[in-house]
Design a protein around this ligand. Structure first.
Ligand SMILES: [Zn+2]
Length: 83
């Protein structure tokens, strides 16, 4: 099953899981999550470029530390992170 990454739309309202993003296995036929399964905060799906998944955490962490990441709107409720 593919792993999907979700992150809180508003980190202020998220729990410790979704504030920094969490991974969840979902089949392709499953609907994407709109709420965090832990705290019910609004979440969006982060699309990871194939092959970069293993280094995502590090990249993610560094981008956040640097304070710049841009979200490109892909479709309703779905965003792609541009570093
Ligand atoms: Zn949460």
């Amino acid at each position: 099953m593919p792993l999907y990454v979700y992150e809180a739309k508003d980190p202020e309202k998220g729990c410790e899981k979704c504030r920094n993003g969490f991974e969840i296995p979902q089949s392709l036929s499953e609907d994407k999550l709109t709420h965090c399964p832990y705290c019910r905060a609004d979440v969006f799906r982060v699309i990871c470029a194939p092959g970069l998944t293993h280094s995502r955490t590090d990249l993610h962490y560094r981008a956040k530390r640097a304070g710049f990441h841009t979200l490109k709107r892909v479709e309703k409720g779905e965003y792609e992170k541009i570093y």
